[in-house]
Design a binder for this molecule. Sequence first.
Ligand code: UN1
Length: 494
Amino acid sequence: MSTVVMHNLIGGEWLPAQTGVTFENRNPADQDDLVGVFPASGAADIDRAVAAAAQAYQDWRLVPAPRRAEILFRAAHLLTERKEQYAHAMTREMGKVLEETRGDVQEAIDMAYYMAGEGRRLFGQTTPSEMPNKFQMSVRAPIGVVGLITPWNFPMAIPSWKILPALVAGNTVVIKPAEDTPLSTVHFVQTLIDAGLPPGVVNIVMGDGPSAGEPLVLHPQVPVLSFTGSVATGTHVATLGAQHRKRVALELGGKNPIIVMHDADLDLVLNGVLWGAFGTTGQRCTATSRLIVQRDVLDELTTRLLAQVQALVVGNGLQPGVQVGPVINQQQLETISRYVAIGQAEGAELLIGGQQLREPPYDRGSFFAPTIFGGVRRTMQIAQEEIFGPVLCIIAVDDFDEAIAVANDVPYGLSASIYTRDVNRAFRAMRDLDTGIVYINAPTIGAEVHLPFGGTGATGNGHRESGTATFEVFTEWKSIYIDYSGTLQRAQID
Ligand code: UN1
């Protein structure tokens, strides 16, 4: 397989980092497979990228939004043509199975079509004035250079959620993608360039958080930041951003439950739990990490689930038939192993998995066995903290009220689900689950791009991605009053 040597994208040029340092990106399923060599950038690279974005903003903000949107439409077509190629490259750099990386590219395509449509909307409001012969309206104005920091688990979808609304609204961008998956961001932005995006409108600076991310967060010419990642880093980003009164949008993860009531269709539940907990090797913010089960069906569900998890095929995501790919890196393997040890020390019962897979064919990658804990109590650390791996905790409850109480009893509030055939209970759950996303008879993953994405509590700071809600992050409201009376009319006085 080929190895690529990549540079930063600054002002339309591919440039090496001024640090002169590079880092390697290796396939998590096979450490011998070097995907590429990328620039380990620093503050000087961020300065150049922000300057290029600020320069490009002067023209880009004046391009009519429907014209900006045409570039997005073309990019959506091109991405569709390149879907297979980019999905293949993404599995190689990130590990999730090909079917899922196709889905990741598809989510970027969906977002491109959706945001292209927004180029002809970007609605504001008109409203009557309290004065005669006076007109007033609100319009969405671009803000300037936006700084984006994106994670490795959705290497194209999440950059698309941030870049595309920022662009269609008239902003320019500096993006710092995760060190584990910079290539997919390059592919996405290359597609925008091939679709006609002018130089400097999107700039990519690669590297780690402290050296490349932090200078972007602190840069005085970057008034808006959008970050997806851990609570610790997100809180740090918001704290630094506050020093310059920046608008900071955070998306920080979840501890997402599936509730199973006694009347649920258990075949449906099993399919949903397998997909929600072990799809993407559990490495989604929306992954199902708690299974809250009414005692009446606990034994049957557990027995059937264990049989199905036993049969899951773990392996290299490029190989047909593989259902669960590797975890992203060694550090993540260690985190997952640490939580398994914590769970055992807390007295939870390890029902299946619980260990790193080291024997061939797993010895060249970072693989972890799909893992389930039974007998988990709601207060245990493994029931409260995001593990971000293939680990599911089963918590037994007596009734609906207890299920909702347990579901809500975590710091996070991204996604939650309930399986029931009782419509009254389903509606109560929709009302009472304290999360940004609720599913009925479907697992906790699978959000679509045209509804708001985000959550409550430690999941974020009140912002949403996707849907039209995303424009609350990437635009400034401007209220405009036009007095055509030819006289001075004094509001609140005349
Ligand atoms: C994430 O988990 O970080 O809803 C994003 C989903 C996907 C996006 C997940 N559409 O599961």
